[in-house]
Design a protein around this ligand. Structure first.
Ligand code: BT5
Length: 324
């Protein structure tokens, strides 16, 4: 039943601006015209607005605001990203679920989405607060076959994709704090967690976790996050459709990933730098062993942060936190 409905939406989706006849739908789906009609009624209950015109057929005019495989699929303009998708109302972590799917052979471009996470993960076992229905909690499986040392470039690529979407489709002005925070007005609105399974010289798969605070109001954050976290709504005053932002984000991510695979990291680096937080300023960076104060002079060819400490060549820093 569910898969017939999915296929029905897929067919209507292919003909977004055209009507598709009941006859054609019935042939493609191998079900009767009255069964098609019943499915249409179910879709309407889900919030779809479907127009049926005699002698022309059917057309989806509007899909509902809620997030599901079907609603994301309707209007998704990607070629390959998100064609395989799992959505659940509640998961402990989309990241853990994506790892399970990847280990069972899920293809490149698989996407896992939850409305709420009960155990959202940040880096180094930190927690990621994922309020129900207020944000994007999603993980993407990629199989780029690159050397493991290049995997951090995918974090920077994802940050650039998120920043692009916020800049294009919301009134927020995003910046990217190296390596993985998206800030709006100096507060964290989104984070990225990149995890990989790799052999010695080749990445087997990467799971990129994306958390974006969309419609949180102040009370939706725990007290300890109130000062440093924010949402798009908190900064712009506007409510945004989570579904629509997910669709834009998948498309932008696909475009940047295709660019990365075809042309390498250079174009991604330039885009990242256009959003770089405190680029050219004196910053403090904490690494596992040291704390450095240096001028943040840019991103290196390989994705490292370039820290200029004296007149010598800038030092490359591959992992750590920028404190200010
Ligand atoms: C991150 O870690 O920023 C990565 C966040 C990735 C979350 C996504 S959601 C989908 C997928 N599934 C998962 O389970 N995770 C991924 P990090 O840089 O370590 O930042 C974590 C720190 O940010 C925490 O220690 C808090 O201080 C703060 N924080 C937690 N929740 C936050 C939120 N919703 N908004 C802003 N800051 C938050």
């Amino acid at each position: 039943m569910a898969s017939t409905r999915y296929r029905l939406i897929e067919l209507l989706n292919m003909n977004e601006h055209h009507y598709i006849s009941g006859q054609k739908l019935s042939e493609e789906l191998h079900i009767s015209r009255s069964a098609i009609w019943k499915h249409m009624k179910e879709l309407e209950k889900d919030g779809y607005v479907i127009e049926g015109v005699r002698r022309k057929g059917y057309r989806i005019v509007r899909s509902p605001d809620k997030v599901s495989e079907n609603t994301i699929f309707w209007g998704l303009k990607t070629q390959w990203l998100g064609k395989n998708m799992t959505h659940k109302k509640v998961m402990d972590s989309t990241q853990s679920a994506a790892h399970q799917e990847a280990l069972h052979g899920a293809p490149n471009g698989t996407v896992v989405i939850a409305d709420e996470q009960t155990w959202g993960k940040g880096r180094m076992d930190r927690q990621w607060h994922s309020a129900s229905h207020q944000g994007i909690w999603m993980s993407v499986i990629l199989r780029p076959g690159i050397p493991p040392v290049h995997a951090p470039q995918l974090t920077l690529m994802t940050a650039a994709a998120i920043a692009d979407v916020l800049a294009s489709y919301t009134d927020a002005e995003p910046s990217i704090k190296w390596p993985n925070d998206i800030l709006i007005n100096h507060k964290k609105a989104a984070g990225i967690l990149t995890e990989m399974q790799a052999e010695e010289d080749r990445v087997q798969y990467v799971v990129i976790g994306i958390g974006v605070n969309v419609n949180h109001t102040q009370g939706d954050f725990p007290a300890e996050l109130n000062e440093k976290a924010t949402s798009i709504k908190r900064e712009t005053g506007d409510h945004y459709q989570v579904k629509g932002l997910i669709q834009h984000m998948l498309l932008r991510l696909e475009q940047l990933y295709d660019t990365f695979m075809q042309s390498g990291f250079q174009p991604i680096r330039a885009k990242w730098e256009s959003y770089g937080y405190r680029l050219g300023e004196t910053i403090r960076i904490r690494t596992a062993r040291n704390v450095w104060t240096a001028v943040f002079s840019g991103i290196a060819d390989d994705g490292a942060l370039l820290a200029q400490m004296d007149d010598n060549e800038p030092k490359k820093i591959y992992s750590g936190e920028m404190e200010w």
